[in-house]
Write a protein that binds this ligand. Structure first.
Ligand SMILES: N[C@@H](CCC(=O)N[C@@H](CS)C(=O)NCC(=O)O)C(=O)O
Length: 205
């Protein structure tokens, strides 16, 4: 069985949604970051980086990096068809956008959330936060242009769409509605999937 170590409102939301859509057996262990549960020695033994998500695979090994988990689940459970077949041009585009979002948008969100970690200047955090905000918005705009519709790659929902639904949930909704109508529509479709709706309610209210 898969065991997901996650926290409400964190990057574990996309992995939880992917597991739910996959229809396989899984368990969630809440490592509530707001309560510092990711800083315990027990969790450090699971993920030395002390971040969520972490995913324990059925063979008991542990992987980190939410975007890698999405790719792993797509390949481990191909019947769910949550990504194009490996080696195809469509899969190249899928992986391209998933990694693009992970290293630019998710990473930019971390600079917004933990600005003080990215500067030695005691007065510098606000500058880090505001430049990260602009950076995240610029990369949302690039994804907006790339969406062929209704999903990133066309008619079928993929792991990349589930990941984008999560990132969209972290955004200023007014800004998103004004600048990224395709992302707003895509995220609404993902959210309306009956397997994802309860996860959306738990993570985004
Ligand atoms: N590169 C990791 C980032 C994971 C990450 O930064 N998770 C945040 C929550 S969204 C976290 O655990 N923050 C707690 C901390 O860094 O203290 C991934 O993509 O999964």
């Amino acid at each position: 069985m898969y065991i997901l170590y996650g926290s409400i409102g964190s990057g574990s939301a996309s992995v939880e949604a992917a597991l739910a859509v996959s229809g396989i057996e899984y368990e969630i262990v809440q490592v509530t970051t707001a309560e510092g549960l990711h800083l315990t020695e027990d969790f450090k033994a699971i993920n030395p980086r002390q971040q969520v998500p972490a995913l324990r695979l059925p063979d008991r090994s542990v992987m980190t990096e939410g975007s890698a988990m999405m790719l792993h689940l797509a390949d481990a459970l191909p019947s769910t068809e949550l990504a194009p077949a490996p080696g195809t041009a469509a899969r190249a585009q899928h992986d391209r956008w998933l990694v693009f979002m992970a290293i630019n948008i998710y990473e930019g969100e971390l600079r917004k959330a933990y600005s003080d970690r990215y500067t030695d200047d005691p007065q510098g955090a606000e500058g880090v936060r505001s430049s990260a905000d602009a950076y995240v918005k610029r990369h949302h705009a690039i994804i907006e242009e790339a969406i062929s519709g209704p999903f990133i790659l066309g008619d079928r929902m993929t792991m990349a769409d589930i990941y984008l639904w999560m990132l969209a949930g972290w955004m200023d909704q007014e800004w998103l509605a004004t600048h990224c109508p395709k992302i707003v529509a895509l995220a609404a479709r993902v959210r309306q999937d009956p397997r994802i709706a309860p996860i959306h309610a738990a993570h985004f209210g």
